[in-house]
Design a binder for this molecule. Structure first.
Ligand code: NDP
Ligand code: TDO
Length: 289
């Protein structure tokens, strides 16, 4: 079987893909040092080196607040580099799976967003991701498949759950926004979904994948505290209080509601409740010690 290329080797999603990868696939995981996708020439060289059948782009500029002031860097990676990557994949007939975000939506809807709903990003990060989606679809010559997902966490890299655990262990009072609603998603479950998706012969252009349920960042943090305490990761439940988005005062605007309707993905892999996947990830963290 022809090999698969995963871009973004050191990132959270790439680690999750590696942890969930079925043995039957031959996969090259390349980090920025081996493949900086801002270089079109480098993309061409890598794709010409081996006869890849599929590319999974797990790279991205993911610092949502920093993107407000560093927007050139966010667009360079999330838009322009994706356009070049899709062009090279399209020309060679290589399927491209590209990751995008719930932050492409404005959150003014009060029901889960469907893949065909129109994005209207509030932040520079969200805008860079949407422009990346459009370019990937336009230049991929029918070979692009976008997977939008939300609020990822895992034992790997930086994410909300690990940040919360670090802050909670410092035993300081924590304030967390309770007026942004969405779905926490285990990057490991996303990894399992992507490995199933690659077996679909005629994929849709856009899929939504998240765990099941809707919650606020505050409720998510509360569940992290309760479950981590029950598993012995925390000596006592955290001192948490809810605050508004306005009070928190982050640099980037975020959608008030960004749950994704993933009914179109059910046939590929049924999703699990976010609370159950959270316990699984916390158990892995507890095992790591
Ligand atoms: N995290 C989340 O909650 C969500 C993420 N997504 C999307 O999923 C994708 C992966 O996210 P996640 O794994 O969490 O992100 P991470 O920030 O953990 O990883 C991103 C990776 O991209 C790599 N990278 C940065 N610049 C380049 C470059 N020029 N060329 C090649 N690689 C580069 C980084 O490399 P280095 O380590 O060298 O800096 C890093 O390893 C992104 O596209 C993101 O937008 C979508 C929805 C939610
Ligand atoms: C650390 C912290 C954050 N927050 C808030 C800020 C924000 O509204 C929310 C989440 O903060 P974070 O900075 O961890 O996460 P954020 O960067 O908003 O996460 C997003 O990342 C990108 C890459 C995506 O694509 C999204 O799906 C989403 O996962 O919690 C608090 O209220 N209190 C805190 O102590």
């Amino acid at each position: 079987m022809k090999p698969i290329l995963v871009i973004g080797r050191h990132g959270q999603v790439s680690h999750a893909l590696k942890a969930t990868q079925p043995d039957c696939y031959q996969v090259d995981y390349l980090g920025r040092e081996a493949l900086d996708i801002r270089s079109s020439l480098k993309i061409a060289q890598v794709l010409d080196q081996r006869d890849y059948r599929l590319v999974i782009n797990a790279s991205g500029y993911t610092q949502v607040d920093a993107a407000e002031t560093d927007s050139q860097a966010a667009f360079a990676l999330n838009h322009l580099a994706v356009k070049a990557l899709a062009g090279h994949c399209g020309k060679r007939g290589i399927r491209l799976i590209h990751l995008s975000s719930d932050y492409v939506f404005d959150g003014r809807q009060n029901k889960p967003y469907r893949p065909e709903d129109t994005p209207n990003p509030l932040s520079r990060y969200g805008e860079s991701k949407w422009r990346g989606e459009l370019a990937a679809l336009e230049y991929g010559q029918g070979h692009t498949c976008i997977v939008r997902t939300s609020w990822l966490y895992s034992p790997f890299g930086h994410n909300f759950v690990k940040t919360m655990l670090t802050l909670m262990r410092q035993c300081k009072p924590l304030k967390v926004v309770d007026d942004q609603w969405g779905t926490p998603t285990s990057a490991l479950a996303l990894g399992q979904f992507i490995w199933q998706l690659i077996q679909v012969i005629k994929p849709e252009p856009i899929y939504h994948w998240s765990d099941l349920g809707v919650t606020s960042w505050y409720e998510f943090a509360r569940q992290v505290s309760d479950s981590a305490n029950a598993l012995g990761l925390l000596d006592e439940p955290a001192n948490l209080s809810p605050i508004s988005t306005q009070e928190y005062g982050a640099a980037a605007p975020r959608p008030h509601y960004s749950a994704l309707d993933n009914s179109g993905s059910k046939g590929i892999l049924p999703a699990k409740r976010w609370q159950d996947n959270l316990i699984q990830v916390l158990q892995l963290l507890a095992k790591e010690g």
